[in-house]
Design a binder for this molecule. Structure first.
Ligand code: VGL
Ligand code: ZN
Length: 197
């Protein structure tokens, strides 16, 4: 007989980018509602740990110069520069079992699963899929920031990689560069097969 928590261990909570720059009002790309998201995510992480689930946090982790930033031709203000306060996880979050870095080098790093090089357009995988496969995970719950950017990209990748995927909408918030982007992101995820709860 296997361990009693085998079923629970086959699900994972994927916490997307709940870092100071997105979740603290002093952060450089503060997402409105980000503090409330950090508080909710913190409880969800504790709950997932208690029930034997795997908790993985992604961190946007950019070099100081990247074509992802406005000042170098991209669309975002400077944020989550590796090793800075803005790139740290929100202090309310407990320590996760695993951390996946994304947006390194020349990549946008929107999805926690895949990396698209901004110069060559080549797409490669992060460590996340292998980590989940290694732990026997088949069901993932996605939460975090921003709903209409990295949460969207991560949940869509999760579905296309074959994971049963849930989104807890109340533990996400959109940055909405365009008004309505949050609502459209939820619709897109629903249509792709993400269960919105
Ligand atoms: C994100 C914009 C730029 C995110 C990351 O985590 O949603 N948004 N980089
Ligand atoms: Zn970024």
């Amino acid at each position: 007989m296997g361990p009693p928590d085998l079923a629970a261990s086959r699900s994972a909570l994927i916490v997307v980018d709940v870092q100071n720059d997105f979740s603290d009002p002093a952060g450089s790309l503060f997402v409105p509602g980000g503090e409330e998201v950090a508080a909710r995510v913190s409880s969800l992480m504790a709950e997932a740990e208690r029930s034997g689930g795997l908790v993985v946090c992604s961190k946007d982790w950019h070099p100081p110069r990247t074509p992802h930033f406005r000042e170098f031709g991209g669309k975002w203000p400077r944020h989550c520069v590796r090793g800075t306060w803005g790139a740290e996880l929100h202090p309310l979050l407990p320590r996760p079992a695993a951390i996946v870095l994304k947006g390194e080098d020349e990549a946008d790093g929107y999805s926690a699963f895949s990396i698209r090089d901004l110069r060559t357009d080549a797409v490669t995988a992060t460590t996340l899929r292998r980590l989940l496969a290694h732990s026997g995970v088949e069901i993932v719950t996605v939460v975090g920031l921003a709903l209409d950017v990295c949460v969207l990209a991560t949940a869509l990748d999760a579905v296309s990689l074959g994971f049963r995927t849930r989104l807890i909408e109340s533990a996400c918030a959109p940055v909405e560069l365009q008004p309505g982007a949050g609502r459209r992101a939820v619709e897109e995820m629903r249509q792709a097969g993400v269960a919105i709860v």
